[in-house]
Design a protein around this ligand. Sequence first.
Ligand code: FAD
Length: 413
Amino acid sequence: MSADLKVQIAIVGGGIAGLWLLNRLNQAGYDSILIEKNALGGGQTLASQGIIHGGLKYALDGNLSPASSAIADMPGRWRACLKGDGELDLQGCQVLSSHFYMWSSGSYRSRLKAFLGSKALRGRIDALQPAQYPAFFQDTGEHKVKGTVYQLTDFVVDTPSLLATLAAPWRDRLFQCRDIQLSGGEGNNSGAELTLDTGESSLTLRAARVILCAGEGNEALLADWQHPYTLTPPSMQRRSLHMVTVKVTHPAPPYMHCIGDSFGMTPRLTVTAHPCKESNGSQWVWYLGGELAESGVQRSEQDQQAFARQELQSLFPWIDFSQSVWSSFFVNRAEPRVTDQQRPDNAYIEACGDVLVCWPTKLTLCPNLGDAAVAMLDEQGLIGEDDSRRTLKTLNELLSTPDVAISPWETLR
Ligand code: FAD
């Protein structure tokens, strides 16, 4: 069976980028739907640490680079959404920690310490007195916490509840289809086409704009795109990480970057903690990233877990890891290709004919992505398509609604 359907905007990929845009664009009056291959957030989004950050970690080399400046107002935008006062209503999203900390165990006189206390960073970081330390650093027994603990403007969201909150208002515009083929889209407002193979039928969906938000999947979609030869689609780069999870029984979950004495773009360890399904409240999945995950791509799973264990025991000697359960897995960050494997500064969106290609590069930058997408469509003077009611009715009859995927640590041993 074949049905010819029309919609103004078809978003491909249901991670944070696609769901954020589905909300922003429908609110801005663009008639939009989203098609996901598997389950929502099952790519990078649920594998992320959920830190909404103000970019300070990108200043750890001693420079306030464009990346650290562009991102500075993102935590404020997100906080407004979480309160119900922002561009999107994220009141249903759970906040795991309303603060994020940076612990510099370095010496009193280090250059880094002087930088962190400098005028340039005022308002973005506060050095805490021991009495103000988070619960994790209280009750350390005979072990004294050395160095300085800073409080950042950053905070941590629970990504499954974030995705569920973004999906809830638009469930009749969310579809699952495992096989999607892109064609056309040469520009001049002629629109692009998606062929959706449901197994039993093949549907042709014409959209004035297709927005690719498929993360790592953008690469294959672009490679298979039957497009006019005059278009040059953007290319993608991957940055691999070897993340570690450890189930720890301890009542105070940690949320911090651990850094030493030296300047460097990546903290030695970034740790977040996530609710454990079968927990009584004192067991958490600690999720370990930072330099440990970057250098860990060279290590086997066994070596990476042994290395992580050593790191945690030396950083947090007051915690008992003897009963902890360790796991690790490899995951890629998908980003637009930039020179020298540098990190992109902003959310990326580029028009290639009638197809817009997005990589938010960070969860944090979604408000920035939303602004850029709305501005781009407004500037292109997109004219409203016919009412998409027939399209929605047909798609809802033939395709199922994708659920939120399971966090990676729920599927590990
Ligand atoms: P994804 O989340 O990968 O979603 C893409 C979706 O597209 C998936 O659901 C996938 O199934 C679907 N898809 C793929 N191919 C197709 C297809 N052919 N058709 C239809 N659908 C398709 N950022 C932060 O700001 N803070 C952090 O703390 C943070 N931590 C991170 C930790 C790790 C380990 C990683 C990997 C990333 C982290 N990031 C963080 C970055 C952030 O997670 C990503 O930038 C963001 O999640 C990307 O979202 P996305 O929607 O573009 O992609």
